[in-house]
Design a binder for this molecule. Structure first.
Ligand code: HDD
Length: 706
């Protein structure tokens, strides 16, 4: 082939003599620019999908140097066609998510209650693939909107796959699956305008909710800081519904499943979450990735609440109603194992995007309850997977395939990857010795439950109490958390243009707590409190449950947290090093932030490289900050709004701040009032102690909460 025929898209002169045939390991030039591909090594040969070696991956086939492209260019057509088909439908809900491989290890046997091997073989490590997600936003939305987090775990057990498809909130919006499409339509982008993306703060959501008293308990949870987590490593997970365990005598026990993060719970401040969305839309995904890369494997305890039918009949609520939880004080949690996530997927699409979770995937020894929300889910997920993945053979995709042997007589269909042998594809048969057969002794069996009563579209009387647990949740919170709930309601309802919807919501709040209704009404400038709607059942005063707090479950630790140190030319290296050591010893990740990413020249003349450039690394990325500056550095940064905001936002987000003499100059410029959380950098221990928590008592001085 003549050289000019291989010319690229830049100045042809430069290209001549540069294009190569691109054989194995060679630099494959041809676009006229200097390429920095690695030479040498043992690169695989680039081929088409038919295995035909490709000689030139830079230029399509043309009739002449500057002529039209030829239809016969199968290399071009195959590549573009494949590209055009690269996307599959995103999940209708939970579209944005990130997943990690790991294992579940059983520490306590539940042999008394179940035959499921993964819950009875102590020490056994079961591989898992766990996907965290937001609910409302599209796949390309941000990580930190106010939203429920999905917590879906696929256990590849010896007896088949078990999917525990839960959330970071133990209750749900609705009691019956038939309402799910309405709920999702209401929360997603409004259909005429196509916004807002990934937000509940709009008319259609609150209109729907204000007409659904059963959602009030969930509303308390979503307005709490549970929906603005600091890290996916710091969220709880819940199976939500009651399930059943079945033992070898065929007896069944009800069970609720819980995940409890080793790092404890922590959330962001709402203003912080909003700013993180701009600074790093992938904040949670990156945090998880970086932790795993560093070997700080996130870990959760796995716990169960076990109870009998007789016990459940005495509960002051119906446990089959997914808008109710079982307080830990009523049925304590029993920790039976742990989950460790230790391996990032090799390929996001192949694994995370194609992962197909389904609550109906269950193993012998576990069974469903009659929760009508769960019953509807058992249908929905398989149907969704068929649409998304396009074929009933999606279970053959490696991330979805069981890791135990599996065999049946299902055959054919699009994208069949298996090549079954022989004549027999039916059962029973007498022609094959090896065709798969049923195994009555160990095969899956449903609990032998007697069902009777009248068929009909009826909601049980026992599902009628919509406010008692909402009240219990609100009353169980610390005063800081209550203020956040009230303020979140004010924020969300302030985005609702229809006054009657705002009023209807305040009216519901009166059943939950009069004081909450008043605070929200004040925040919305409502003159009078609207009348509460008729409640379908009397509202009960349940004992507060401190386990429902976040602040009460935050760990006094820097493990998993990050500290940002702002420096500039002339900063004192010794002070920085001391802080760095103290923070690292306490388990924190430390990042240096400087006006230039190359770093800063310290007072002793040495260069300290930066991990982030100031404009792109605001303090919302950190749990605490230090400002270590020379006098000149401080004067320079006093004229830089990113530096002022670095300090101001850290203060506003209730974070600890360490400063030295130069840092103090910048602090003065921001007009912040020093408090216990603003610590001299000469006292690293004091700084670390302050950095372990948020400065809650500072909050009234920095924002007007409802
Ligand atoms: Fe759902 C996805 C959690 C009720 C229908 N759901 C989905 C995911 C999670 C949940 C975590 C994402 C799984 C993943 O990472 O791929 N969903 C819940 C919880 C619910 C719940 C905790 C209530 C307790 N869901 C629910 C109902 C329906 C659905 C009542 C329909 C009747 N959910 C779906 C779905 C999704 C889904 C449409 C979308 C993508 C997918 O399944 O794979 O089938």
């Amino acid at each position: 082939m003549a050289k000019e025929k291989k010319a690229g898209n830049a100045a042809e002169k430069r290209i001549e003599g540069k294009g190569s045939s691109g054989s194995n390991g060679e630099v494959h030039a041809g676009n006229g620019d200097e390429l920095h591909q690695v030479s040498g090594g043992s690169h695989a040969m680039l081929t088409t999908n038919q295995g035909i070696p490709i000689s030139d991956n830079q230029n399509s086939l043309r009739a002449n140097t500057r002529g039209p492209t030829l239809l016969e260019d199968f290399v071009l057509r195959e590549k573009i066609t494949h590209f055009d088909h690269e996307r599959i439908p995103e999940r209708i809900v939970h579209a944005r998510g990130t997943a990690v491989h790991g294992y579940f290890e059983l520490t306590d046997s539940l042999a008394q209650y179940t035959t499921a091997k993964l819950l009875t073989e102590v020490g056994e490590k079961t591989p898992v693939f766990t996907r965290f997600s937001t609910v409302a936003g599209g796949a390309g939305s941000v990580d930190t909107p106010r939203d429920v987090r999905g917590f879906a775990v696929k256990f590849y057990t010896k007896e088949g796959n078990w999917d525990l498809v839960g959330n970071n909130i133990p209750v749900f919006f609705i009691q019956d699956a038939i309402k799910f499409p309405d709920l999702v339509h209401a929360v997603k982008m409004e259909p005429d305008r196509g916004f807002p993306q990934s937000a509940t703060a709009h008319d259609t959501f609150w209109d729907f909710i204000s007409l659904m008293p059963e959602s009030m308990h969930m509303v308390m949870w979503i307005m709490s800081d549970r929906t603005i987590p600091r890290s996916l490593r710091m969220i709880e997970g819940f199976g939500v519904h009651s399930f059943r365990l079945i033992n070898d005598a065929g007896e069944s026990t009800f069970v609720k499943f819980h995940w409890r993060p080793k790092l404890g719970l922590q959330s962001t401040i709402w203003d912080e979450a909003v700013k993180i969305a701009g600074a790093d839309p992938d904040f949670h995904r990156r945090d998880l990735f970086e932790a795993i890369e560093k070997g700080n494997f996130p870990e959760w305890e796995f716990a169960v609440q076990l109870f009998t039918q007789e016990q459940s009949e005495k509960f002051p609520f119906d446990h089959l109603d997914a808008t109710k939880l079982i307080p830990e004080e009523l049925v304590p949690l029993k920790v039976i194992g742990r989950m460790v996530l230790d391996r990032w997927p090799d390929n996001f699409f192949a694994e995370t995007e194609q992962a197909a979770y389904c609550p109906a995937n269950i193993v012998p020894g576990i069974d469903f309850s009659n929760d009508p929300l769960l019953q509807g889910r058992l249908f929905s997920y398989l149907d969704t997977q068929l649409l998304r993945l396009g074929s009933p053979n999606f279970n053959q995709i490696p991330v979805n395939a069981p890791k135990c042997p599996f065999a049946n007589l299902q055959r054919d269909g699009k994208m069949q990857m298996m090549q079954p042998k022989g004549r027999v594809n039916y059962e029973p048969n007498s022609l094959s010795q090896d065709a798969p057969r049923e195994t009555p002794a160990i095969g899956f069996r449903s609990a032998g439950v007697t069902e009777n009563g009248e068929k009909g579209r009826i909601r049980a009387e026992s599902f009628a109490d919509h406010y008692s647990q909402a009240r219990q949740f609100y009353r169980s919170q610390t005063s800081h958390e209550q203020a956040h709930i009230a303020s979140a309601l004010v924020f969300e309802l302030s985005k609702v243009a229809h006054a009657h919807v705002r009023e209807a919501m305040v009216a519901h709040l009166r059943h939950i707590e009069e004081d909450l209704a008043q605070r929200v009404a004040d925040g919305l400038a409502l003159d009078t409190l609207p009348n509460a709607p008729a409640a379908a059942a009397p509202v009960q005063d349940m004992a507060p449950s401190p386990a429902l707090q976040i602040i009460g479950k935050m760990k006094n630790t820097l493990e998993g947290r990050a500290i940002g140190i702002l420096i500039a030319d002339g900063s004192d290296g010794a002070v920085i090093a001391k802080l760095q050591k103290a923070a690292t010893d306490a388990g924190a990740k430390v990042k240096i932030v400087a006006p230039k990413v190359g770093g800063a020249k310290l007072a002793d003349g040495s260069m300290l490289e930066a991990d982030g450039q100031l404009a792109g690394t605001p303090s919302v990325m950190f749990d605490a900050i230090a400002v270590i500056l020379s006098a000149e550095g401080a004067t320079l940064l006093a004229g830089e709004s990113a530096a002022i905001e670095f300090v101001q936002n850290a203060f506003g987000h209730l974070k600890a701040i360490a400063f030295d003499e130069g840092g103090q100059v910048l602090l003065q410029k921001t007009n912040i009032e020093k408090d216990r959380g603003v610590v001299d950098a000469g006292d690293p221990a004091g700084f670390i102690a302050a950095a372990r928590t948020r400065q809650w008592e500072r909050e009234p001085s920095v924002r007007m909460l409802a």
